[in-house]
Design a binder for this molecule. Structure first.
Ligand code: NAD
Length: 283
C-alpha cells in the first residue's frame, strides 16, 4: 500500500455523497443474531429492536419459558416481517450450548450479532452465601456467557465474516450497589458481572483481526419485569434515591443501546462498556 492508499481509507466527508445516509448505519437488514435470556425483559426488547432494524433473530431461553417464547417469536415475525425463532438452551450446560450452535445454523444460517444476556441473581448472595449460591451464579452468569460467546465467535470465524458480541454486565459489576444503608446481596452476582466485562475486553483484543467487536452494556436499575410485585412504592423510592436521574431505566433504553452496539453505527467501538444507569455510577 502506498501512503496515498493508506489515507484513502479515511473518508473525510461521506455526507457529500448524495446516496449516503448516516441512519443506514443503524440498520441490521441482512444480519442474523441471537439473544440469550430472550424471554426476559431486556432480552425480548432487544430482540424486538433488532427485528425492527431488519435482523433475523433466534430468541434463546430455558425450556420452561416455552409458553412465553413461542407466541413472542410469532408476534415479532408477523410484526416485523423477519425470521424470529425460539430456541431452548440452559447456557450453563455445555452439551446444550453445543447443540444450540447446530440449531442456530439450521434456523437462521449464521450469527453476525449476539446478545449474551442470560443471568440470575440467586437469593442468599450475601457475604455469608453458601457455596451452592456462589457456584450456581458463576455457572450461569459467567461460564454461560463464556460458552455462548465462544460458540458465537466460532460461527463468525468459521463462516469468514465479522460480527458483534454484546455482553450484559451490570452496575453491580462496578459498584457494590447500595440500598437503604448497606450493600445489596450481589456478592457472586457482582463478581460475575465484573468478570463478564473483563472477558468482553479480552475478546475485543483477540478477535479484532477477525472483524469481530466485543462490548458490554451495564444496566443500572431497569424496570424489566423482575421487580414487578416484589417491591413496594417505598422500596422503589429507596432504590432510586442514589440515582441522579431519579428513576428506573426501561427495557427499551437498554435495547436501543444494544442495537447501537450491534450495528455499524458503533463500527469503531470495541472493548468498551456503556453504563445505562441514569448516572448511578458517577458516585
Ligand atoms: P429477566 O429475569 O427478565 O431475564 C433473564 C432471563 O434469563 C430469563 O428469561 C431467564 O429464564 C433466563 N435465564 C436464566 N437462567 C438461564 C440459563 N441457565 N440459561 C438460559 N437462560 C437463562 O431479567 P432481566 O432484567 O431482563 O435481566 C437480563 C440481564 O440483565 C441479566 O443478565 C441481568 O443480570 C442483567 N441486569 C438486569 C438489571 C435490571 O435491573 N433488570 C440490571 C443489571 C443487569
Amino acid at each position: 500500500m502506498t501512503d496515498e492508499t493508506v489515507f484513502d481509507q479515511y473518508p473525510l466527508d461521506q455526507w457529500k455523497n448524495p446516496d449516503h445516509r448516516i441512519m443506514d448505519r443503524f440498520s441490521l437488514v441482512g444480519k442474523k443474531g441471537f439473544v440469550t435470556g430472550g424471554a426476559g425483559g431486556l432480552g425480548r426488547n432487544t430482540a424486538a429492536a433488532w427485528a425492527e432494524a431488519g435482523a433475523d433473530v433466534a430468541i434463546v431461553d430455558l425450556p420452561r419459558t416455552r409458553d412465553t417464547l413461542e407466541p413472542l417469536a410469532a408476534e415479532l415475525s408477523a410484526r416485523y416481517d423477519v425470521n424470529i425463532v425460539p430456541l431452548y438452551c440452559d447456557v450453563s450446560d455445555r452439551s446444550q450450548v453445543e447443540a444450540l450452535k447446530t440449531s442456530l445454523i439450521d434456523a437462521i444460517g449464521t450469527v453476525d450479532i449476539a446478545f449474551i444476556n442470560a443471568g440470575v441473581n440467586v437469593p442468599g448472595d450475601d457475604a455469608d452465601e453458601p457455596y451452592e449460591v456462589w457456584q450456581k451464579t458463576i455457572d450461569i452468569n459467567l461460564t454461560g456467557a463464556y460458552m455462548t460467546a465462544q460458540m458465537a465467535q466460532h460461527i463468525m470465524r468459521e463462516h469468514h465474516h465479522g460480527g458483534s458480541l454484546i455482553f450484559t454486565s451490570s452496575l453491580s459489576g462496578h459498584n457494590a450497589n447500595f440500598i437503604g444503608g448497606g450493600p445489596s446481596p450481589v456478592a457472586a452476582y457482582g463478581a460475575t458481572k465484573a468478570g463478564i466485562y473483563e472477558y468482553a475486553r479480552y475478546l475485543a483484543a483477540a478477535l479484532a483481526p477477525y472483524g469481530i467487536r466485543s462490548n458490554a452494556v451495564s444496566p443500572g436499575y431497569v424496570w424489566s419485569g423482575i421487580f414487578d410485585g416484589r417491591i413496594t412504592p417505598e422500596g422503589h423510592d429507596l432504590m432510586i434515591a442514589p440515582v441522579p436521574m431519579h428513576r428506573f431505566g426501561t427495557n427499551e433504553e437498554i435495547a436501543s443501546t444494544v442495537l447501537f452496539l450491534a450495528s455499524d453505527a458503533s463500527s469503531y467501538i470495541t472493548g468498551t462498556n456503556i453504563q445505562v444507569d441514569g448516572g448511578y455510577s458517577v458516585y
